[in-house]
Design a protein around this ligand. Structure first.
Ligand SMILES: Nc1ncnc2c1ncn2[C@@H]1O[C@H](COP(=O)(O)OP(=O)(O)OP(=O)(O)O)[C@@H](O)[C@H]1O
Ligand SMILES: [Mg+2]
Length: 269
């Protein structure tokens, strides 16, 4: 990214304007307005004043609830995930938040749910990282904006597992790392990813190393649906790796992960 604009706030405005100039179709305009509404711009200014974001650059992804942008702080590239306040499907968020004991005191207004969701993603990433799972390191969560480590090189994000070509000999290795991460998440971080698939795993090229992302919806084991989510996560991974001729029984993996939980509980007695 170039750094010729001196004022940081101006820089953000310019980049936001550029988004409008680049793509003039009405759909993108709508996206732009939905993402950079007044409160979000204010939060970006706050982050800029705190020197957390120096400049905001191009769009990396437009998802169902959030947009991801490449940005930079004073030293390096960072990733900025902005949950859209206006178009977020917060009804589906509510289900995840309500069953989570960490969010008992969250008020139920749409904004508050989105802010809690953003904080939840940050906390989930911290817990995952502490349990030894490779995830983007969260930097700051401020209202609906999560700033985190940029997982990529020279401004290009690492590819998703989905579009990544794995050699057959490494497929099994990567599969095992992923299953081990699911196990560590459950038994060490007390978390279930909840949306694990080939889309929410990035691959570091050459090293063939998986990185888990997108943990806003991850729930603790106490969540009434955590067991369903765990089963689904495992099934998604097993299904995806069939194309590499890896045959695994999701039920067996599930049981082995749950049995460790029971052992841990016995040791606690
Ligand atoms: N920290 C990061 N570094 C680099 N790229 C990232 C980072 N986080 C997300 N991305 C990119 O943005 C995409 C979307 O991210 P993420 O899955 O977190 O957002 P989302 O809006 O919840 O997605 P969706 O609604 O599509 O599931 C990722 O697939 C990845 O390509
Ligand atoms: Mg995603």
């Amino acid at each position: 990214m170039k750094k010729e604009v001196t004022s940081k706030i101006k820089r953000i405005d310019t980049e936001v304007d550029k988004l409008r100039i680049k793509r003039k179709d009405t759909d993108t305009l709508k996206v732009k307005e939905n993402v950079f509404d007044e409160p979000t711009l204010k939060t970006l200014y706050t982050l800029s004043n705190k020197k957390i974001i120096e400049a905001i650059g191009g769009s990396i992804s437009t998802g169902k609830e959030a947009n991801i942008f490449l940005a930079e702080d004073e030293e390096k590239d960072i990733a900025v995930k902005i949950y859209r306040i206006s178009s977020s499907n917060f009804n589906s968020m509510e289900e995840y938040i309500l069953g989570d004991p960490r969010f008992r005191n969250v008020r139920h207004s749409k904004r508050d749910i989105i802010f809690a969701w953003t904080k939840k993603e940050q906390r989930n990433l911290v817990r995952a990282k502490d349990a030894g799972i490779h995830v983007p390191e969260p930097i700051v969560a401020e209202r609906n904006i999560l700033v985190m480590e940029f997982m990529g090189e020279n401004g290009t994000p690492y590819p998703q597992l989905k579009g990544y070509r794995l050699g057959k000999e490494n497929a099994e290795k990567v599969f095992n790392i992923i299953i081990n991460y699911v196990d560590l998440l459950y038994n060490k971080a007390n978390l279930v990813h909840g949306d694990l698939s080939e889309y929410n795993i990035l691959m570091i090229p050459e090293k063939d190393e998986p990185v888990f992302i997108d943990m806003g919806q991850s729930v603790t084991r106490e969540h009434p649906r955590s067991i369903d989510f765990l089963r689904r996560d495992i099934e998604n991974i097993v299904r995806y790796f069939k194309k590499y001729k890896i045959i695994a029984d999701p039920q067996e993996i599930y049981t082995s992960i749950r049995n460790k939980e029971k052992k841990n509980e016995e040791n606690d007695l």
